[in-house]
Write a protein that binds this ligand. Sequence first.
Ligand code: SF4
Length: 233
Amino acid sequence: MQCNTGGDAIPDSLSVSKIVTCHRCPRWLYFEGAVKFVESPGYTVCKQISYYLGKPLELEKAGIWQEIETILPSAEDATRILFEACIESCTNTSWRLPDEVDVPVESARLGIHGRVDKIFDGDEMSFAIVRSNEPPAAGVYATDRLRVACYAACVSETFGVDVDGGYVEYIPGGISRYVHPQPRDRRAMLKAIKTAKRVAAGDVPGKPMKAPCDICPHAGRCQTLPRRLSDLL
Ligand code: SF4
C-alpha cells in the first residue's frame, strides 16, 4: 500500500466480495471501485439452480429454466447449454436443503457484511456459498477459503452462535465441499480487510509481486498507474 491521494474516511463496513477481490490483488479492488457490477449469465444459471438443490431436479427443471428466462429475457444458446450441463452435474449429488436463502449477515467487529446464499440451521448452524465456476481437483480455491472465513465470522456474529465452517457449492461440477477455516485463513482475512479499508479510503495500492494479471480485466489501466510509492513522489 503506498499513498493516500484521496483522503477519504475509512468506511465502517465493506462487502465480503470486496475483501476477496482485495485478497486477489489490492490494485484490482482499486480499479473495481469505478466499475459497475454486472451479473454473468453463468452466475444467474447457477444461482437459480442452487435454490432447488435437494429437490428432484428433473421435475423442477422446466420451472427453473422459466425463471432464468424471466431474469435473462435474451438468454443465448450458450446459457441453455450451460443450464443443461449444470442440471446433469447436480442431479446425482445429494444436497442438503437450506432453512433460509440469501440471508444478510455482518460482522460489526470486523467491519464486513454480505449476503450468504444458504443457511442450514440444524444442531450446528452452517452455511453455503454458491459458485458458478468448476471446482478445483481437490479442496476449494484460496479465494473461496477466504470467502468462507469471512462468512463464518459474519454468520457467527449475526446469529450469536459458533460457526465452524461452511460449504462451497460448485454448481457446474455438481459438488459441495466443506471448508473449516484455519488460523492462516483468518490471518489472510484480517490482512485483506485492513488493506481493503485503506484502498476504500483512497490509498493507491502498489503492484503485488504475485498478482493474477493473466486473468485480470484491469490489466490495461493497471499499466498506467504507478507501481510503487516512489513512483508517485
Ligand atoms: S493487472 Fe495485475 S497488478 Fe494490476 S490490478 Fe490486475 S492483477 Fe492487480
